[in-house]
Design a binder for this molecule. Structure first.
Ligand code: C5P
Length: 233
């Protein structure tokens, strides 16, 4: 059996509407192997208490709220995320340069070690979707220009489709954290338009992979977790 996942590389997206379901899944996860992601649904349903519960279980938490608002509001929101002592949080890079800088300022203002990453183009979007929202850039150019904007603003890394990793040069790959959603244990898509398998995404150089539905919507989540467990080095 080929072993190719390093400890901590898989982030399980806890996309639930209640804390009980989330905490039932995390019982099967070893916090040394897996990090967890609390997104808009779970955080809106449960509030910061879920962060406390997961921290108690020993998990590093990616607070995935994808802040995208005025610079002032995002600065204050990122400050609160820093105070929650989560491992990572994120903003939409399409919020613009001032918003990115405000988010980075918030982190620096309290010397937080939180990792602040930027969403480029959601993996659920393709070229046609971009044109419908009035973006005439080619998908690739749009991703590259958002990566450059984020880099100039001082973010720690990006959220992107594994296929987009090819747009980063070696220096960027070494200095930038890459977090890839749209990951499948086996090849097949499930609603996201730009997907990849765990194996291929790691081969392409992704630092962290987000896996949600493949685990949490499975009729047998433990079987899927056991399969992923078998790939850890
Ligand atoms: O594995 P699955 O497709 O269910 O993963 C979806 C998760 O990845 C959701 O929590 C979604 O918010 C997140 N995601 C993301 N950035 C994207 C696309 C999806 O954080 N660009």
């Amino acid at each position: 059996m080929e072993k190719f996942i390093k400890q901590g590389q898989i982030i399980v997206g806890l996309d639930f509407d209640n804390s009980q379901s989330a905490l039932e899944i995390t019982k099967f996860l070893n916090p040394e192997n897996y990090k967890v992601k609390v997104g808009n649904q779970l955080f809106t349903a449960c509030g910061p208490q879920i962060l406390e519960d997961l921290k108690k279980q020993g998990f590093d938490i990616f607070l995935d709220l994808k802040y995208h608002d005025t610079p002032n509001t995002v600065e204050k929101a990122v400050l609160e995320a820093c105070k929650q002592q989560v491992w990572m949080t994120n903003i939409h890079l399409s919020g613009g340069q001032n918003m990115i800088e405000a988010a980075v300022n918030a982190k620096n203002s309290i010397s937080s070690e939180i990792l602040l990453i930027g969403v480029t183009v959601l993996t659920s979007l393709d070229q046609k979707d971009l044109s419908y929202i009035g973006v005439s850039n080619d998908l690739r150019d749009q991703i590259i220009s958002l990566i450059n904007l984020g880099k100039r603003g001082g973010i720690d890394g990006i959220v992107c489709s594994p296929n987009d990793l090819a747009y980063l040069n070696k220096e960027e790959m070494d200095s930038f954290i890459t977090v890839c959603p749209g990951i499948r244990v086996k090849a097949e898509s499930g609603g996201q338009k730009r997907t990849s398998t765990i194996h291929d995404a790691i081969n392409m150089g992704a630092d962290y992979l987000v896996v949600a539905r493949e685990i949490i919507s499975s009729s047998d989540p433990l079987k899927v977790i056991n399969e992923i467990d078998s790939y850890f080095i």
